[in-house]
Design a protein around this ligand. Structure first.
Ligand code: PLP
Length: 477
């Protein structure tokens, strides 16, 4: 349990406000709370811990007075962004000092709010099929599969993934190269433990997927931001800034979050760099299944002649994130090393969901589901894009993206995306600021918005109407 949420006790000798103050100090120093992180309001913390508001207020005043916290009026109180690399020496060393701290975007909590990112259309999830498969799996699971599962993943699922990747992504791999993991982070952790060392330097797309960045930074990796333009990661800048990096984390099919595809010349340059430098490329192919126009691009892994690409995919977008199932495909030359490592790490969890997903794929439901979801997402994307054009067209510009389940809308120059996103979040809208996903801030802001759960044009228009009112008058909240 998070110590910050344990009730301070009178028996510990120090006054309660002081205990609270020290806990926050300690959480900041150890990096558990990071510059820019929002802290609970006085009222909610007092009620959560069963303390008088005045007690919490005194602790907060001390923390503000000493520069640990910054009060931002209606936007709440945050850990001072200025603390930068004073906190957690390990972490500070890992990131170049000029980079912005990696804040945790507020909107990604566990509620389903309009514009929620990263969540597929849950209303269209094939529950009936899933229920049938659940019953069948429980009835027919072989006795041997009910003993301790293989930590590399349930064998029929590894086979189904290898077949699917061969057909859909142009990746030729044997089931022994496929490792089922607990989410994308499970895949990253497996790569880190098998091939990397604390302090290793890696290229990171800027802007890039914030949660992987936080995970890697906390794991002691040093990340060099490499800018992304309309052709994806700018490999030449990566070479200028950090040619000696040990790894690169990339989203070549549909860059997260800008949505651009990595061009073929850059793919080849990236592979060439990795080959020459014996560096590893982690390819995060998180939502390649959803593309609405143009041909789906083959995975970078399909061009990997020298065995430098570690390919990851997830079931979070095609099925649902609560499943916590992802996978990693490793080069054939590394399969034994990974096999050895998984035997000593936490496994991907229960065999039951793995067996259900294997059946889902083998029986053709997976392909059918994708066929159903593509036009559905294209329609929902249209609902959001149309509503934005109609109700907020003068204030933001929707970027053309060929796929994915979110939209990036660019703001007018010098409009603060962070302020707008915070104001929107205060109104219960889960939009996120592009600058929160950047390592180096940019004057060109943008808003990230999920569209998968807008079931009708009316729902999208209602949410955009609320957002447009905030864009008109961001100071109102
Ligand atoms: C860029 C990116 N990579 C990977 C993932 C998958 O994460 P997980 O498998 O842990 O749900 C996501 C999910 O939102 C994502 O947006």
């Amino acid at each position: 349990m998070d110590l910050l949420h344990l009730k301070p006790s009178r028996e510990q000798g120090a006054p309660i406000y002081l205990q609270l103050y020290r806990r926050y100090q300690e959480a900041i120093a150890s990096g558990r709370l990071q510059p820019g992180d929002r802290v609970p309001s006085v009222r909610s913390l007092a009620s959560e811990l069963g303390l008088a508001r005045g007690t919490v207020e005194v602790a907060y005043q001390m923390l503000v007075g000493e520069g640990y916290f910054v009060a931002r009026g209606a936007a709440g109180t945050v850990v001072s962004p200025r603390l930068g690399n004073l906190v957690d020496p390990g972490r500070a060393k890992a990131s170049a000092p000029s980079h912005a701290p990696s804040p945790r975007p507020r909107a990604l909590d566990h509620r389903m709010l309009p514009f929620q990112l990263g969540v597929p259309a849950l209303d269209a999830f094939p529950r009936k099929t899933w229920t049938r498969l659940a019953g069948r799996t429980v009835r027919t699971l072989e006795t041997v599969a009910m003993t301790h599962p293989d930590p590399a993943g349930y064998d029929p699922l590894r086979r189904a993934i290898a077949t699917y990747l061969g057909i859909s992504r142009g990746i030729a791999c044997a089931p022994e190269q496929v490792f089922v993991t607990a989410g994308y982070r499970g895949a990253l952790e497996l790569v880190r433990r098998t091939l990397l060392q604390a302090g290793d330097l890696g290229w990171y797309e800027d802007p890039g997927y914030i949660f992987a960045r936080q995970f890697l930074e906390r794991a002691g990796m040093r990340l060099a931001p490499v800018p992304v333009d309309e052709e994806g990661l700018d490999v030449r800048i990566g070479l200028q800034r950090a040619a000696d990096a040990r790894f690169a984390v990339v989203t070549p099919t549909h860059q997260s979050p800008t949505g651009v595809a990595l061009s073929l010349p850059r793919r080849l340059e990236l592979l060439e760099w990795a080959h020459r430098r014996r560096a590893w490329i982690i390819e995060d192919d998180y939502d390649s299944e959803f593309r609405y126009h143009g041909r789906p691009l083959p995975a970078l892994k399909s061009l990997d002649r020298n065995g430098r690409v570690l390919y990851t995919g997830t079931f979070s977008k095609v099925l649902f994130p609560g499943l916590r199932l992802a996978y990693l495909v490793v080069p054939a030359s590394q399969a034994d090393k990974f096999r050895d490592m998984v035997d000593h790490l936490p496994d991907p969890g229960s065999v039951l969901p793995q067996a259900m997903v294997a059946d889902f794929m083998e029986q053709g439901h997976f392909a059918r589901h994708l066929r159903k979801m593509r036009p559905l997402y294209a329609a929902r994307r249209g609902y959001l894009a149309d509503a934005l054009a109609e109700l907020a067209g003068g204030r933001l510009h929707v970027q053309q993206q060929a796929g994915g389940i979110h939209i990036l809308a660019r703001l007018l120059p010098r409009q603060s995306d962070r302020k707008l996103a915070m104001a929107a979040q205060d109104e219960g809208l889960a939009v996120q600021a592009l600058n929160d996903w950047r390592m180096r801030k940019s004057p060109q802001g943008g808003l990230l918005m999920g569209f998968a759960n807008f079931a009708t044009a009316g729902e999208a228009a209602a949410a955009v109407g609320r957002l447009a009112a905030i864009l008109e008058n961001p100071g109102r909240t």
